[in-house]
Design a protein around this ligand. Structure first.
Ligand code: COA
Length: 325
């Protein structure tokens, strides 16, 4: 029996993204609700968002993003062993929308499931895929964040409907031996005591309706700054790094003021933060891979760079992923 213990690293080998066709600007929203372009930009940094049409779904957007990620990874669909979809807006309560994506990719030999950690979903999904790769069970994992939050927004509630958008991003995470590249650490947290600060007031076990997103904006803001700053410091300390060692921060894109407050608190330089909230708004689990896709397309991230992903969302749940690119 081969007693040699193998050590696998999870390396991102391809990134993809897909956005609904329809762009809704702040000006468009002023025709629909009592708001102003200035209020939205000043309080959130958001200028526009994409909104899915009836034939654009979480699984269809996720499948499109996945095809691009797989192409960029230069592998075949059939080489995917695992699909994890992070979403809070699945096509149906079940089956997992990950299986719908699997089917539209024509894959019948992998396993596929959804993860629900709302806006932190993508880092939770990355951790699960990383563990499967490091255990030696999986060679290539497709990790997707895809959302259609427009379907759970109350378009009469100006305090929430201006904040969110739809979209999908995906990465291929591949098992590599003998490299220092890849995921270096994951740190995940949840605290259900705050579930009523950000939630959807409906669901199969409690009511017959799908429900709408409800939020205590200031409560979320306060916890987001505290938890995100803490999880960045936790990742730095665990890896024996200082904030200046990080080349790129790719945060969940909820609100420019949260990003700026966190940057100030941990002392990180603004020009290292990838920011896409102005054009995507908050796309929940999709926001990090969408921002990552932009950064890769713009050739910002170089091989060997240290990239820190961090997110916080409903639950609350929050976490980070540190990657040697
Ligand atoms: N347009 C115009 N006015 C609006 C508005 C809108 N879209 N939404 C709310 N307002 C009004 C409120 O009615 C209130 O008016 P009042 O003073 O006459 O009562 C005023 O703006 C201030 O509201 P408030 O909720 O106190 O604003 P805020 O400064 O806290 O900003 C958020 C609101 C939502 C932008 C802010 O709390 C926030 O960013 N929170 C975090 C949200 C988040 O990121 N959630 C997702 C995390 S994953």
């Amino acid at each position: 029996m081969d007693k040699k213990i193998k050590s696998y690293q999870s390396v991102i080998t391809g990134v993809g993204a897909s956005l609904p066709k329809s762009i809704v600007t702040n000006k468009d929203l002023t025709m629909r609700i009592d708001t102003s372009e200035e209020w939205i930009v000043n309080r959130t940094g958001i200028e526009e968002r994409r909104i899915a049409s009836d034939d654009e779904t979480t699984s269809s957007l996720g499948a499109e993003a996945s095809k691009i990620a797989i192409k960029n990874a230069q592998i075949e669909n059939s080489e995917i062993d695992l699909i994890i979809l992070a979403t809070a807006t699945p096509d149906n309560t079940f089956p997992a929308s990950a299986t719908l994506i699997q089917s539209s990719l024509g894959i019948d030999k992998c396993y596929a499931y959804d993860i629900q950690a709302v806006c932190s979903g993508f880092v939770f999904a990355l951790e699960a895929a990383d563990n499967a790769i490091k255990a030696g069970n999986v060679k290539n994992a497709l990790v997707i964040g895809s959302e259609t939050f427009s379907r759970i927004l109350d378009w009469e509630d100006r305090g929430t409907c201006v904040l969110f958008g739809d979209g999908a991003g995906a990465v291929v995470l591949s098992s590599k031996e003998g490299t220092e590249r890849g995921i270096l650490s994951n740190h995940l947290h949840s605290d259900g005591r705050y579930a009523d600060l950000l939630y959807v007031d409906g669901g199969p076990s409690t009511s017959s309706k799908v429900g709408f997103l409800k939020m205590d904006g200031q409560g979320v803001f306060k916890h987001a700054v505290k938890n995100l700053s803490a999880v960045i410091e936790e990742a730095l300390e665990y890896n024996n790094l200082s904030v200046d060692d990080i080349d790129w921060f790719i945060p969940h894109q909820a609100n420019i003021r949260i990003l700026e407050s966190v940057a100030k608190k941990v002392g990180l330089s603004q020009d290292k933060i990838i920011i896409t909230v102005q054009k995507h708004a908050n796309t929940s689990a999709a926001s990090i891979p969408l921002a990552l896709f932009d950064a890769v397309q713009e050739d910002k991230i170089k091989k060997g760079d240290l990239v820190l992903l961090e997110a916080m969302g409903g639950g609350f749940s929050w976490g980070s992923t540190l990657i040697r690119w």
